[in-house]
Ligand binder design. Structure first.
Ligand SMILES: NC(=O)c1ccc[n+]([C@@H]2O[C@H](COP(=O)([O-])OP(=O)(O)OC[C@H]3O[C@@H](n4cnc5c(N)ncnc54)[C@H](OP(=O)(O)O)[C@@H]3O)[C@@H](O)[C@H]2O)c1
Length: 252
């Protein structure tokens, strides 16, 4: 081990939810390993957080769409003592399935599903030794379909299913899945999309709720809580929920 300190890894920490998670965890005394492609943004964030919160921050630029690069970078990261892994990085390309470019299809699956699974697998001995936590940022779409989202939904459902099985296989690990509705970040490339959505979350709020759920060792965090009931109704009366879904929740 290069370091005896414990570290929390946050993928996709250059902006949006991930950046706010970095701020929240650093504020609460966590040393961090920041991962994203934007190395300059990560270096600035490192400087800012180290001076504000007296924590140790390491930066590892990595493109999670390149699984060979993921293997190389996380082999290096494995030299640190890891007690929390947050698989947050994600992308969404929202078109009907017949319109999606194959390259973009693979990219979504690599970044949203295969990289998080690979990273978790590589770090398991490290996390197990520290009885650590794995936090997977899923979505309300892990439970429920939405138009123009088939590949994204498939990925988020897969990440949710992976997390639930991981918890069964490694009971000494804490596994938390997070399922927010729309969050105001740069995630949506269409600038009009966010304007049309009435109920949306601030990334700062999501980060605070994730930290609280992490401390309480919760297994699932729906933001807002109402999502639990929506999911239940979807299981009981999917036809009715499909109708509502088409009418009210399909603005992409
Ligand atoms: N926004 C929402 O409405 C919403 C709702 C539910 C769930 N989520 C989930 O929340 C997570 C964070 O989303 P966000 O809203 O914060 O999005 P965001 O503002 O677009 O941030 C995405 C983060 O992922 C990183 N990333 C993207 N592609 C990457 C790649 N190929 N390699 C490495 N890092 C990559 C980005 O960093 P670089 O560009 O620097 O690489 C960035 O830090 C995602 O998993 C998303 O699916 C979002």
């Amino acid at each position: 081990m290069e370091e005896t300190k414990n570290y929390t890894i946050i993928t996709g920490s250059s902006k949006g939810i991930g950046k706010n998670l970095a701020i929240e965890f650093a504020k609460n005394g966590h040393n961090l390993i920041l991962v994203a492609r934007g190395s300059e943004i990560l270096s600035d964030l490192k400087k800012q957080l180290e001076s504000l919160y007296n924590v140790s921050i390491e930066v590892f630029p990595c493109d999670l769409n390149d699984l060979q690069q993921v293997e190389k970078v996380f082999n290096q990261i494995n030299n640190y003592n890891i007690n929390c892994l947050i698989n947050n990085a994600g992308i969404g390309i929202f078109t009907k399935v017949e319109e999606i470019d194959n390259k973009e299809l693979l990219m979504q699956m690599n970044v949203n599903v295969l990289a998080p699974i690979m990273i978790t697998k590589m770090l398991l001995p490290n996390l197990s030794k520290n009885k650590g936590s794995v936090i997977n940022i899923c979505s309300v779409l892990s439970y429920m379909p939405n138009t123009k989202s088939s590949v994204y939904t498939a990925g988020k459902s897969a990440l949710y299913a992976f997390s639930n099985t991981l918890r069964l296989e490694y009971p000494h690990l804490h596994v938390l899945t997070v399922h927010p509705i729309t969050v105001e970040t740069t995630f949506f490339t269409d600038p009009n999309y966010l304007n049309n959505i009435k109920t949306k979350l601030k990334p700062e709020l999501v980060a605070k709720k994730v930290f609280r759920a992490y401390k309480k060792k919760k297994r699932r965090l729906n933001i807002p809580k109402l999502i639990f009931w929506l999911n239940l109704f979807y299981q009981i009366c999917p036809k009715f929920i499909d109708k509502l879904n088409r009418k009210y929740f399909s603005h992409k």
